[in-house]
Design a binder for this molecule. Sequence first.
Ligand code: PLP
Length: 402
Amino acid sequence: MPSAVMEQTTQLELRLASRMSRLGTETAFEVLNKARALERQGKDIIHLEIGEPDFDTPSNIIESAVGALHKGWTHYGPAAGLPDLRQTIAEYVSRTRNVPVASDEVVVVPGGKPIIFFSMLALVEAGDEVIYPNPGFPIYESMINYSGGKAVPIPLREERDFSLDVKELASLINDRTKLIILNSPHNPTGGVLSKKDILDIARAIGDRNVMVLSDEIYSRLIYEGEDFSIMSVPGFKERTILLDGFSKTYAMTGWRMGYGVMRPDLAAHVTRLMTNSNSCTASFTQIAGIEALKGDQASVDKMSDEFRRRRDVFVAGLNKIKGFSCRMPKGAFYAFPNITKTGWPSKKLADALLDQAGVACLSGTAFGEYGEGYLRFSVANSLENLNKALTRVQEWVGKNIR
Ligand SMILES: Cc1ncc(COP(=O)(O)O)c(C=O)c1O
């Protein structure tokens, strides 16, 4: 194309759809990019910003995918997922959530995230209210706003061990409430909703026709308490969209595979969204997904034990740093210390730790307004690096905080 035409094209105003102004982002990726840019300048950075296991995908899963590629699983598949994988997931969810699930209630998608996107697109419109945890995974608020709904935060407070206040939740539910998002184990706080909490939440919702998006992507990473899903509460199966996947449990973040379990009529609509967006999840990946769920689970237990060991060391270390205090997270792989006593706002402190101490973490405000006063550190890094990060933060605090 002649360069004169190119120049003219770039001078045209970009007539962006107004809905794009309502779309948020996930700061973890921005901080990762900034940390990588600092590394290119020769700085040594310890990465505690991104939420992904530092382990390799277990070899049985990799071998299964390689075998599937050789066997020709390289074509389009059904939009909702391969029947064998949907059946395997249905059996897995039936067993782990103690509720009968059939394969037509399962939709396989590229990662857990699309289930958030598709649930909102399918259910939420202007005037609808969606209650979501704050601090919380930033994509919830972004997608509620993008779909035109009203984002109604339910604050998660440290004094309640980052579990939600059911009375407060009850006061937020009204005739416009379309969807309530739960996330346990919780990103970024590591909080886990107890069975009692969930039963109380179910009671607060009562018999209202309100859907619950239960994000259980960290369901296999629980160190204290139990994995109890609202899906198994009598009367809630048809009102629950369960989100789970392979990213965190099997260290498969880059494979992009997750799933939603929901009533079959909603599953058909979510499948239509898949047809319109992705066509299907990669076929050979899905074959490996069957192996992940049916094969040896020793690597899952090993990873979980290792995260627990690191959590114990890292949280104990944080609690020795002046101005920091950190509750013991019960699940996931994050530490969420309170830093108010440093006198620094969260974002400024996170920026300073990256720029001056070489430790990449996230400001609590990356997870919503109620995250002010906190930082999030991922413990998905080696014990050696975690200890190094603690020393660096401690030294930085010694020099900069009186
Ligand atoms: C709470 C929560 N839900 C969903 C996801 C998305 O997972 P995936 O990478 O499978 O899309 C994440 C990833 O960080 C998460 O923390």
